[in-house]
Write a protein that binds this ligand. Structure first.
Ligand SMILES: [Zn+2]
Length: 122
């Protein structure tokens, strides 16, 4: 792909605890809306309860409504029971979070479409 080298970037994302290197290697997807979604899921800057509560003290808890854990990208993509059936439709085999967020273009598209279908606010 032409110009690929120049588009390999890393972005330093600060949070209270540490600095993470977030790989923003392109092309994460071709649709901007999908790129934004994947970026938000990767970085944790996504408006989910955990993000809003821990960073901005907005809301009363960082927990998911299912009460099984904090509402994070990982919870949404991997364990939130409400989306078990939907998850199975997208990933018939157990799939790592790493694959869902940093896999190939098809993986990322699948993740973005899944996230959209959950109608979670991201
Ligand atoms: Zn939950």
């Amino acid at each position: 792909m032409e110009g690929q080298e120049s588009t390999y970037n890393t972005l330093k994302v600060k949070n209270n605890k540490s600095q993470h290197q977030v790989d923003t290697s392109p092309p994460i997807t071709t649709l901007r809306s999908e790129q934004v979604l994947i970026f938000r899921l990767r970085t944790g800057h996504n408006g989910m309860n955990h993000d809003m509560f821990t960073k901005f003290k907005i809301g009363s808890t960082d927990q998911c409504p299912c009460t099984a854990g904090a509402m994070t990208a990982e919870h949404l993509l991997q364990t939130y029971p409400l989306y078990k059936v939907l998850r199975k439709r997208f990933w018939s085999q157990p799939t790592s979070l790493q694959n869902k967020l940093f896999g190939c273009l098809d993986d990322l598209r699948r993740t973005a479409t899944f996230a959209r279908e959950t109608q979670a606010t991201i």
